[in-house]
Ligand binder design. Structure first.
Ligand SMILES: [Zn+2]
Ligand SMILES: [Zn+2]
Length: 378
């Protein structure tokens, strides 16, 4: 593997250049040597690739720090190793830079995280409990997570301050070793440095060479309307950082919705029990019923039967993917009073008599009682 040119030299910037300067220098070089502008010119494509490799490292603060400390050996495992295999890889990686040029160039416009060979940071998981009202409207919640960050003593290199990772003597810093197997020569990842090309002899004391330190982070989580218990939100890049210069892991937020005192959720529908009295069910009534956002005037028609379900369309939970909204289902039950006043009992018994119903306990009929009352004997 030929030793690559110094990346600062490639981009023509000072070692202490600001990120904006580096980006600007890369844009200029990429523009001048762009394959679309230099069709068939292999030298230009070579310069374009070289500049892109340099920018891949210097344009990323973590990789740049490793490069400053360890040189090319420090970033060998972090990038694509042998650089970009073709021009479309560059568009994939730096499309956002070209996007700034006002859409002169085609190609991808997203950073292709999955194409990097560096291992992604670990993903994290956190639980989030919200109310049914919050689930119905969506909300933003602050969560605190324990998320390690790169060690502030060694800046994620794992080497003690003042010491550097030494070029691996097993593979000569290439990260790969070639072994002969009979007639074949097989290249494989160096077992001593795991492909990093460098080994750390003096470990950082602060992190014991793990490159990370514990920390907590506060995050605002936007919860979309319609979430339900068991759903998982994924926050890309909010997991742990990668110590190999790869992309950070993801944070999974596992949702739980508190049970509600009035409403039960079934899919997108809300269900609520509404006790009505015998007289309300019989004669009809206007009743104020609870809905998730307050109150609603419900008309109970005369002769409403126990168990009847009133359907309030669109007053349920919205679909989390925006496909419609559930209903509020109000299921009536007829309440039977446990105690009645004397006067109520009189009227009920009179009513029962009109219905020719047998009421218990078997007593003298209401009319008999009235008669007895006026005649004075009991
Ligand atoms: Zn450290
Ligand atoms: Zn090695």
């Amino acid at each position: 593997m030929a030793t690559p040119r110094d990346y600062y030299e490639v981009l023509g910037v000072a070692r202490n250049a600001q990120p904006e300067e580096i980006k600007k220098a890369y844009k200029k070089l990429a523009l001048a040597n762009h394959p679309d502008r230099n069709p068939g010119d292999d030298d230009a494509i070579g310069r374009f690739k070289e500049a892109s490799e340099a920018y891949e490292v210097l344009g990323d603060s973590e990789k740049r720090a490793r490069y400053d400390r360890f040189g090319h050996a420090g970033v060998q495992g972090a990038g694509r190793g042998g650089g970009f295999s073709d021009v479309s890889d560059i568009f994939e990686a730096f499309g956002d830079v070209f996007g700034d040029l006002g859409g002169i160039f085609g190609g991808g416009s997203r950073r292709g995280g999955g194409r990097q060979s560096a291992r992604q940071g670990d993903s994290l998981k956190v639980g989030l409990l919200i109310t049914l009202e919050e689930a119905a409207t969506g909300c933003t919640k602050e969560v605190e997570i324990r998320r390690r960050k790169l060690c502030s003593t060694c800046h994620g290199s794992g080497a003690a301050p003042g010491s550097v990772a030494e070029s691996c003597d097993y593979c000569g810093g290439h990260g790969q070793v070639v072994q002969s197997q009979g007639f074949f020569r097989v290249q494989r990842t160096c077992p001593q440095c795991s492909g990093q090309g460098a080994v750390i002899r003096k470990k950082c004391k602060a992190c014991r060479g793990t490159c990370k330190e514990s920390a907590t982070a506060q995050l605002d989580v936007r919860v979309p309307a319609g979430v339900d218990t068991g759903m998982r939100l994924c926050l890309r890049g909010e997991g742990e950082p990668s110590i190999e210069g790869g992309s950070a892991g993801d944070l999974y937020v596992e949702m739980a919705v508190k049970p509600h005192s009035i409403f039960r959720r079934e899919g997108l529908d809300l269900i609520c029990e509404l006790p009505v009295s015998y007289t309300q069910a019989t004669l009809g009534a206007e009743i104020e019923v609870p809905i998730l956002q307050g109150r609603h005037q419900l008309t109970i028609p005369r002769g409403t039967q126990p168990g009847h379900v009133f359907q309030l369309r669109g007053m349920g939970i919205p679909d989390v993917n925006g496909r419609g909204q559930g209903d509020l289902l109000i299921q009536t039950s007829v309440e039977v009073p446990k105690k009645v006043t004397e006067r109520q009992e009189e009227l009920l018994r009179e009513f029962a008599e009109l219905e020719h119903a047998h009421v218990s306990p078997e007593r003298k009929s209401f009319l008999d009682k009235i008669k007895d009352y006026f005649s004075g004997d009991d």
